[in-house]
Design a protein around this ligand. Sequence first.
Ligand code: GLN
Length: 448
Amino acid sequence: NDVLASIDAHDGKVGAYLTLDREDALAQAKAADEKRAAGGSHPMLGIPVAIKDLLNVKGQPCTCSSKILEGYTAPYDATVIAKLREAGAVLLGRVNMDEFAMGSSTENAALGKTSNPWNLDRVPGGSSGGSAACVAADEAIASLGSDTGGSIRQPAAFCGCVGVKPTYGRVSRYGLTAFASSLDQIGPLTKTVKDSAILLETLCGHDQLDSSSIEMEVPAFSRNLSGDTSLAGLKLGLPKEFFVEGMDPEIEKSIRDAVEHCKGLGAEIVDVSLPNAKYAIAVYYIIATAEASANLARFDGIRYGMRLDGKDPAELYAKTRAAGFGQEVKRRIILGTYVLSSGYYDAYYKKAQKVRTLIRDDFTEAFKRCDAILAPVTPTAAYRKGEKTDDPLKMYLDDILTTPINLAGNCALSVPCGFTSNGMPIGLQIIGDAFREETILKVGHAYE
Ligand code: GLN
């Protein structure tokens, strides 16, 4: 009820939610109360969680903030949703995002407008902008987002909350509307690192329905996060390449202060180098668009959502896709089909895959020298709405510090580490080697 009251008070301005079924949420809360009375004690029991509008929840809309999926109802639960139900969490409404998760400001959303709760004239980040804004505005205790190239960490940084991108394969992608299948991961957004750890351990685990999910034990991530803030014995790497040209000096200062703080907690700081990370944007926008062009082929006007009539199937597809997809989605489908087309495949796609391996190898080398890496999440804090909408390239360049992690398949989290002089939150990125979530959560918990 507190959360619903908060939604009533703030969401008119923040615009995080696309849809919310109050009756259903209250019924779930009541069921959770009954489960508790019967002895239920899962830490997620009764916790209201908002869901990014690209995860299938049976019987609810799943629009991906796209006109092409307006009116579509999900016929099944994503695995993460089934896990939340099992734990007794309350599935709150569906929150806004960039269309099909393509964007960094939630301005590519076709079905809603979301503002940064810290300053309504500014963007909440993206693509999980609604997921971050609702947590920051106390309109949910936690939310689920997805991160293909930064979409959990960047909005978390822009809205001053915690967000985790798990290692690729940790969380089942079954029921997640795919953007770039080799990069996508679902993860939590919360107010504290401990809350993220609790939600994450609920989401993780092998799933036969996702062939890329890994069969590996899931540690109780939240187990060691009570009070102990010593970082003694841990080596934290600082990559010089992540203090990029054009970075806001206030962000750089905040990160350097955070590094000093970790040193004060007992960590040893070592220099590491990620020389190929500078190619991450180019590589990411080839691989992600290539995979997106294939994944979005399923929206053909026949199987899901919108359908416009045509004299033959080809015309029906063309008309539906022309009317249903937004500009950025079309741009990426065209880019993706281009880099995959014969004649260009070797020059772009194949080369990008090779550089992806080099980026991953850099991390492997770096993690021989340290337990986790500290870095900024973004070169700038949340900017004014409309500031980058006319220049997609400018928006792409902001992904420079988050995309390398997805390309490498590692895990990383974003934790608030201060404010700019105009009052916008700044995020510290803590990057871990594959399946080292425990380490980054420990560092994040000690730091926050
Ligand atoms: N901003 C990046 C993009 O536009 C990342 C998006 C994401 O992680 N889903 O592709």
